[in-house]
Design a protein around this ligand. Structure first.
Ligand code: ADP
Ligand code: MG
Length: 729
């Protein structure tokens, strides 16, 4: 009898919403209260220090030790005034999530007591042991020491009673061991390259920023049910479980009424987020039962990414307060939608112009087309790399699974933008300048603003879609660090813009008029990047064939997809932009392969345990109940009648035996394959072995277990079922 399962289901269904401590003030009163933002800096820092810091932030420069000391003093005072006792350098290692090592402010005062100290050196730099974090072999060649260094462009904040200082994390020899370092480098690269091109259109432009607006999807599960599922606890997803009779087919969850327990959680989360200066704005139910989304207002890319990471850890914390567990895994449940994290990405000048938005003048529209065409060229050239940037052991389950974009990168433009690109490609420069001077002609460049590019022209099957004033990279996974995708995208566009500028300048040097030179080069880009443009149904099988014919990367095996980081075109691009060196790329790929292997290894071990120690014993017990029953029936009936009466039970016994045998054999095979794979020392080959020889057996084992779930006495089944996990009351 499965008393535990029934107990936790009862516990979960009786749970009420937890009361939320709603502040009396409006959001503007407590927004950013826990952040050392410009207002706090102004309050707590001497004027000279404040000016130097703001100047350094705005011009992407570093600060002197003297200024750092002065900032540290002000920051410490602010932190202590707000109840902080510890400080930590907060960074993003190559694992999932964030890392922190807390130190208290205290130091000896020389008289047997303590004082609270925090100076510029502690603010600017720490030395966490790099060997405890994935480093892809960089530490073997050099030293185990790693440094974290303050990222002045992201403000410090207080979490609980700890002052958190956003930092980069690098090895003793300067290689990045994190996501933030290359992200910042890519933002510098795109600033430089995009500013140079934007100056063709407006010489006043001094900087170009990259913006990111992420949409975080997640699942909530009651904590009691979660705790009764070792697979959820250890891998973040269900490794087995028969589909529930009702899941998302009625489409009644999307934008439906939010259950009160969930609404309380969301409200609490938003208040916490607002205190931390995360501009959480939108919340709603998602397509699958128990699936939800939170989206903030977009921000500068580096800050937006810090906020996403902070929000993910905040979610886990707040969920526990509400007796939930949050699942950020991309595919926690089979048979229903998984979770992604759309990355809405754009570039904008410091003069306030969004570069992927059509403008009000012909010049602004030429600028818009210039940037769009360069994005298409960059995404085309690096389509394999962009796919690699979002790939992981967890996101592989989502892509291509008929709910999310396929494992092929293409761009959706919508018919209006496609029409404009066609028109530019097929008109001469004379025709175009003619058109732009004639009012009333509907496709001339001058008329683009009146076209009102329609942002609702949505194609949900595209991994990379133009949505009016930005591009939406939809293949990013819900648990991933957006920086992985953002650094590739920003580096690729920076490199492409630099090439574009070179080509245009060469034409101008030969005496071509600037606008004509730009138009000519745009035509080249439009023509060359045609294969990446696809507005059709990305879920269809025809698209897969078509994409292969077009030469787009169609690799579906995650460990092989990572190879794209080491393609000559990628290595060269990263080198030119200064975003990642070849040593860094190799080291990071080692980490990717190793992480992939470890995740599958853990899943495989958990599934083996569940299969042999949970499922087989229960199925055996139920089978023996049936066998007993058959024997007893035969003792009271005889001949033909007995045979007829026991026939259904015998059929079930046969099926159960068949599935149990398959589970035992496949589990044995899976363990043997693991042993073989574990002996491989090359990380890439090992990951491929796990992908090719371990992963498929997990699917087979699951198939048989899920069949058993449909046969074995409901009362005996040990694990909460999908129908119990997925519907919060
Ligand atoms: P949906 O795509 O679900 O319709 P929204 O239109 O609300 O969602 O936008 C999703 C995200 O895109 C939000 O975070 C929003 O702030 C962000 N966003 C809007 N404009 C831009 C832009 N120009 N650059 C980057 N992000 C943007
Ligand atoms: Mg969106």
């Amino acid at each position: 009898m499965s008393s535990l399962r029934f107990k936790v289901v009862e516990e979960a269904s009786n749970r009420k919403a937890v009361a939320v401590d709603i502040p009396a003030e409006r959001p503007q009163a407590f927004y950013g209260k826990a952040v050392f933002n410009r207002q706090r800096m102004f309050e707590y820092l001497p004027k000279k220090t404040y000016d130097a810091l703001v100047y350094a932030i705005e011009n992407r420069e570093s600060i002197s030790r003297e200024i750092a000391d002065s900032v540290a003093a002000g920051m410490k005072q602010w932190a202590i005034d707000n109840g902080a006792r510890h400080y930590t350098h907060w960074f993003h290692p190559l694992t999932d999530g964030t890392a922190e090592k807390h130190d208290s402010f205290i130091d000896h005062d020389g008289k047997g007591g303590v004082v609270e100290e925090f100076d510029g050196k502690q603010l600017v730099q720490q030395e966490p042991d790099a060997s405890s974090f994935p480093n892809g072999g960089i530490r073997n060649t050099f030293e185990a020491r790693g440094y974290s260094a303050w990222d002045i462009s992201s403000p410090a904040f207080i979490l609980g009673e700890t002052l958190c200082i956003p930092t980069i994390f690098i090895s003793y020899t300067g290689e990045s061991l994190d996501y933030k370092t290359p992200l910042l480098r890519s933002l510098n690269a795109v600033d430089k390259a995009a500013t140079a091109v934007a100056q063709y259109f407006d010489p006043e432009v001094k900087h170009v920023n990259s913006y990111l607006g992420w949409e975080q999807e997640y699942f909530l599960v009651d904590e009691a049910l979660y705790s009764a599922r070792p697979d959820l606890v250890m891998t973040g997803r269900t490794l087995l479980g028969h589909e529930s009779a009702k899941n998302q087919q009625l489409e009644d969850h999307y934008f439906g009424a939010i259950p009160s327990r969930v609404e309380a959680f969301m409200l609490d989360l938003e208040i916490e987020a607002h205190r931390l200066g995360i501009p959480a704005k939108t919340r709603h139910n998602e397509v699958a039962p128990n699936q939800f989304e939170l989206a903030p207002i977009y921000e500068e890319c580096n800050l937006a990414n810090d906020h996403n990471l902070l929000l993910m850890s905040l979610m886990a914390k707040v969920a526990r307060k509400h007796n939930f567990r949050v699942l950020l895994h991309e595919k926690p449940f089979a048979g229903i939608n998984g979770s992604g994290k759309h990355n809405n990405w754009s570039l904008g000048t410091d003069t306030g112009v969004l570069l992927f938005a059509p403008g009000k003048t012909p010049a602004q529209n030429l600028q818009f087309i210039t940037f769009v065409a360069n994005v298409m060229a960059a995404v085309h050239e690096h389509n394999a790399l962009l796919k690699a940037s979002i790939m992981s052991a967890t996101n592989q389950h989502r892509l291509g699974a008929n709910e999310a974009p396929p494992a092929i990168i293409s761009i959706f433009t919508g018919s209006q933008l496609a029409g404009i690109l066609d028109m530019i490609e097929n008109s001469t420069n004379e025709q175009l300048s003619d058109l732009s001077s004639k009012s009333g002609y509907s496709v001339g460049i001058a008329q683009i603003p009146e076209l009102q590019i329609d942002a609702t022209d949505r194609n949900r099957t595209s991994p990379f879609a133009f949505t009016g004033n930005r591009f939406e990279f939809r293949a990013v996974g819900s648990s991933g660090n957006c920086a992985a995708a953002m650094l590739v995208l920003n580096a690729a566009i920076a490199d492409q813009l630099a090439k574009f500028k070179q080509a245009v300048d060469a034409r101008v040097a030969k005496g071509e008029e600037l606008q004509n030179a730009i138009l000519e080069e745009i035509r080249v880009l439009i023509r060359n990047s045609k294969p990446i443009h696809f507005d059709g149904n990305g879920y269809s099988d025809e698209w897969k064939e078509e994409a292969a014919r077009r030469g787009l990367d169609c690799e579906t095996s995650a460990p092989k997809i990572f190879d794209a980081y080491l393609l000559p075109s990628s290595v060269e691009m990263f080198k030119r932009t200064g975003v990642l060196s070849e040593v860094e790329l190799q080291a990071r790929n080692e980490v990717k392969w190793e992480m992939f292997t470890k995740k599958i290894q853990i899943e495989s071990r958990v599934l083996g345990d569940l299969a042999i120690n949970h499922i087989i014993p229960v199925a055996t017990r139920y089978e023996s109940v049936l066998v007993d029953n058959v024997v007893k029936l035969k003792s009271i009936f005889s001949g033909m009648k007995a045979a007829e009466i026991v026939a259904p039970d015998i059929e079930t016994i046969e099926k159960i035996s068949k599935h149990m045998l398959a589970i035992k054999l496949k589990t044995h095979e899976m363990i043997e394959n693991r042993k073989v794979a574990n002996r491989i020392t090359d990380q890439r080959k090992k990951a491929i072995a796990y992908h090719d020889t371990v992963q498929p057996l997990m699917d087979e084992i699951r198939y048989h277990i899920d069949k058993l779930e449909g046969m074995v006495d409901n009362e005996m089944w040990p694990l909460p079922k999908y129908r119990e996990l997925l519907f919060i009351r």
